[in-house]
Ligand binder design. Structure first.
Ligand SMILES: [Zn+2]
Length: 223
């Protein structure tokens, strides 16, 4: 076998990935019992002969093309300098690239302006969507030391346990942090505690101190 690496336009890479997955699923329905990754490899190989793929009578209705989701962050500085902001997980964008992508996708959803400095609290356990977004953008990843699980796939944890009979305003940006499922479990079931500090998050084990000493998971600059 041979490994293949490719650098593609992001939208085309996403479309290729979906096509390969789609073909792999169809191969499975046609009786190929190999694991999904093997079927994906077979599917990619099939694209070497596109006519062969077209000739196959797959008899499976095509699923609708999915809509890609890209998070483009634009702040006041970008508006002043005329730059296009930054695409989450990809980096700085150019106006030309954004214009080209917007031309190619059918539907665009614009999120309202988010004040990332807001400290507003709410009187309920679950944070509203704006607060979830703020915490995700602020911390970017799970705040357990060394963990880099994307904050968008994390749980938002109340750093101090939420008390149903406690005071109002227990849910605010400063009382929440993203934890991946594994580290959320570690906090919930294994007695770990943590707090926000000026420079990041300080974690303490069940015994009051981590055998390795308190660990900091520094927040990145520029938040
Ligand atoms: Zn984690």
């Amino acid at each position: 076998t041979t490994d293949v690496y490719a650098r593609l336009d992001t939208l085309e890479a996403q479309a290729l990935d979906e096509t390969v997955s789609d073909l792999a699923v169809r191969l499975g329905r046609l009786g190929d019992t190999s694991p999904l990754d093997t079927r994906r490899a077979t599917a990619l190989g099939m694209l070497a002969d596109p006519q062969h793929v077209l000739d196959l009578d797959l008899d499976v209705p095509a699923r609708p093309v999915s809509t890609p989701t890209l998070f483009l962050h634009v702040d006041a500085d970008d508006l002043e300098t005329g730059t296009a902001g930054s695409i989450e997980q990809l980096g700085p964008a150019t106006l030309t690239l954004i214009a080209e992508w917007l031309h190619r996708v059918g539907k665009v959803r614009i999120q309202p302006v988010l004040d990332t400095a807001s400290t507003q609290a709410v009187d309920r356990h679950d944070p509203p969507e704006w607060m979830q977004t703020l915490v995700v953008l602020r911390d970017k990843h799970c705040v357990f030391p060394g963990c880099r699980t994307d904050a968008r796939s994390c749980d938002l944890d109340h750093i101090a346990p939420y008390d149903e009979h406690g005071p109002p305003g227990q849910t605010s940006p400063s009382s929440l942090a993203p934890l991946c499922r594994r580290h959320h479990n570690r906090k919930t079931h294994h007695g770990w505690r943590y707090r926000r500090t000026d420079t990041g998050y300080e974690w303490l084990s069940l015994l009051g101190r981590d055998p390795l000493g308190p660990q900091l998971n520094s927040r990145r600059a520029g938040v």
